[in-house]
Design a protein around this ligand. Structure first.
Ligand code: ADP
Length: 258
């Protein structure tokens, strides 16, 4: 059943990926085909021109190869190693790291309310929060207040996306940055969607956060207003693992073999 679940998750990821990048990949192939076609027509003509067209084709192929490499890296995401995790403690534990990473002009405020534990991979949760914090810094152009707040919430059936009703922990990362337009909000979770300069953004942060949330039984929600700021909230189900069961868990739980 676990292998099946992983398969379904992979299929979902592939579905999103194809939607998001098929377009880019096609453009690169068009460059390759166009270059080869032009080179063929110049056969017998000046060598320099033929070479130019072949170089263009090579360029397109190289870019397409880089894209598939990133894709494969993404699909081969780390397996989840869930364990009983105190969200408030985890957030407080990365505050120093955030202070250092984000620079002096970003004030980090932490509000850890609530007491429910979650059952997730703590490293992936940390990565998700770091990603969210770096996005917040970028949105504030390096200056402003970043708030990370944890709280216990009871959700009704269907109140948030497809989540079943029940107890959840909300971890909200709020900034006073540029905010996101409707279109950016709609596309933000697409793999490789970025509004940042080449080399600055990969467009993988939010899609990885989305994958982590979904595979942990949770959800991500964006509340944003242009010119005001953004709150990205991670909802994770309250752990149903009882304390006795936790003690019986091996230190490294359920790493899939092979
Ligand atoms: P990246 O940060 O590499 O661009 P992400 O998937 O993390 O990739 O984010 C995708 C896009 O969503 C960003 O390029 C940005 O336009 C928007 N975004 C994400 N977080 C925020 C935020 N806190 N404030 C404003 N825009 C954001």
């Amino acid at each position: 059943a676990e292998a099946q679940l992983r398969q379904i998750q992979k299929m979902e990821a592939v579905g999103q990926l194809t939607g998001g990048i098929a377009h880019d990949f096609n453009n690169m192939l068009a460059v390759v085909v166009g270059g080869i076609d032009l080179a063929k027509r110049r056969i017998g003509g000046p060598k320099r021109e033929i070479l130019q067209h072949l170089n263009n084709a090579m360029d397109g192929a190289t870019r397409a190869a880089a894209l598939t490499r990133r894709l494969l890296g993404f699909a081969r995401a780390e397996p989840l190693l869930p364990e009983q995790t105190d969200p408030g403690e985890l957030v407080r534990g990365i505050t120093d790291l955030l202070d250092r990473t984000l620079g002096e002009r970003i004030q980090v405020r932490v509000e850890t309310n609530g007491s429910w534990p979650v059952y997730v991979d703590p490293h992936q949760l940390e990565n998700a929060l770091l990603n969210m914090a770096v996005n917040a810094r970028d949105a504030m152009e390096g200056e402003g207040m970043l708030t990370i707040a944890t709280s216990d919430v009871a959700l009704d059936d269907g109140e948030l996306g497809g989540l079943p009703g029940g107890d959840y922990v909300r971890i909200a990362v709020a900034d006073q940055g540029c905010g996101m337009s409707e279109e950016v909000q709609r596309r933000a979770f697409e793999p490789f969607f970025t509004t940042k300069e080449v080399g600055k953004g990969t467009g993988l942060g939010l899609s990885q956060i989305f994958g982590f949330a979904r595979s942990s039984g949770g959800e991500v929600k964006i509340d944003s207003a242009v010119g005001v700021g953004t709150v990205v909230s991670l909802f994770l189900p309250r752990s149903l693992v009882l304390p006795e069961e936790v003690r019986r868990q091996p230190a490294v739980a359920s790493r899939p073999s092979g």
